[in-house]
Design a protein around this ligand. Structure first.
Ligand code: NAD
Length: 321
């Protein structure tokens, strides 16, 4: 069995490799050669933790496995990340455990890669202003990955506490992009692409605030009850997702499905656009919205890439099981 510990991931994985892995697996999901198993998520009644599994099988790439982990709210006090995850890959021919890979950084990279893939395939080519809603742990990863997809000139950002935007400003500086902290009205009026990456349980961004032609990547909602955008915005948009089953249950679309603003058949898997079986954006004025719920197959795809890179670079630890 190969072990790639968390501390090695930053030296091995790149945004480009994450983009390729995620784009490929989204295409395989739409082609029905890869599928996710039902998500398990439980409050374990200890340390206030939420623990679960995301798993699946990619028959084309032969990636079989799971990401195990969750949220431990007391970790920050111990100097640890609250979100903890580990990815296990199994040999699809024998069922033997093939690899154990640290999943914390990979989760941020694969999540940012998902919105980047959506921007690459759905945003207007002439997009120049990128809006970021939220300034938590994931936001900087989102900014770096999405900024690479179009020749953006300016970043506008909103967070409920403005001081938390300073690390994002530093990332924009590093990328040589102008940065401005703005109100949500200003953000919607200026942005060609908007990424929402908060843990909000109420809609933050309204339909009125988003101008025609915008691409919105809703990345924060990955659990029942969370919500970032008004249902009316989803109703006005052409809606895409990583996986419809997750979108309608734990993703941003759950509320718009519940109040019948849209139906599951109104939602297209982004893989269909990648595969060319859906035309994606059809006009400059259309609002496209990507509901990135975060699927287990994304984790397996990036973990398999890391294992390959670790073997190639001779930094994988091999143990007998
Ligand atoms: P974090 O705790 O570091 O930051 C949370 C952010 O949400 C902060 O900017 C905070 O100000 C904002 N926020 C919280 N409640 C809000 C409210 N009511 N109104 C406005 N803003 C609010 O979290 P993070 O690690 O950056 O993750 C952000 C979200 O992304 C979480 O919901 C997380 O579960 C989700 N996530 C999704 C995926 C995916 O694949 N889709 C992957 C990883 C994380």
């Amino acid at each position: 069995m190969i072990i790639v510990p968390e501390k090695e991931i930053a030296n091995l994985m790149t945004r480009e490799a994450a983009f390729t892995a995620v784009e490929q697996v989204f295409a395989s999901m739409a082609a029905k050669t890869a599928y996710n198993f039902p998500v398990v998520r439980e409050a374990i009644g200890h340390a206030d933790a939420l623990y679960g599994f995301k798993s699946g099988f990619d028959r084309a790439a032969l990636n079989l496995g799971l990401k195990s982990g969750g949220y431990w709210p007391g970790n920050a006090e111990k100097g640890l990340t609250n979100h903890q995850s580990t990815i296990f890959l199994f040999d699809a021919d024998t069922g033997q455990c093939r690899a154990l890979v640290g999943g914390n950084l990979l989760t941020a990279l694969r999540t940012a890669a998902a919105s980047a893939v959506s921007v690459a395939h759905l945003a207007r080519q002439d997009s120049r202003v990128l809006g970021i809603v939220g300034a938590g742990h994931q936001a900087a990863f989102q900014l770096r990955a999405v900024a690479e997809q179009r020749p953006f000139e300016r970043i506008v950002a909103w967070n409920r506490t403005t001081d938390k935007l300073e690390p994002l400003r530093a990332v924009a500086d590093d990328l040589g992009l102008a940065f401005e902290a703005v109100s949500l009205d200003e953000l919607g009026a200026a942005s060609d692409v908007i990424v929402t990456i908060t843990s909000s349980f109420d809609a933050i961004l309204t339909a009125k605030q988003v101008k025609p032609g915008t691409h919105v990547a809703c990345m924060g909602t990955d659990t029942k009850g969370k919500q970032e955008v008004e249902n009316a915005l989803i109703g006005h948009a052409t809606v895409f997702t990583d996986e419809v089953a997750q979108s309608v249950t734990i993703g941003e679309c759950q509320h718009a499905i519940y109040d019948l603003t849209i139906r599951p058949e109104d939602i297209t898997e982004i893989g269909a656009v990648i595969n060319g079986t859906h035309k994606g954006r059809t006009s400059q004025s259309e609002i496209t919205l990507f509901d990135g719920t975060g699927v287990g197959l994304q984790d397996l795809a990036v973990a398999a890439t890391v294992v390959e890179l670790a073997l190639r670079q001779g930094v994988a630890t091999e143990v007998e099981i």
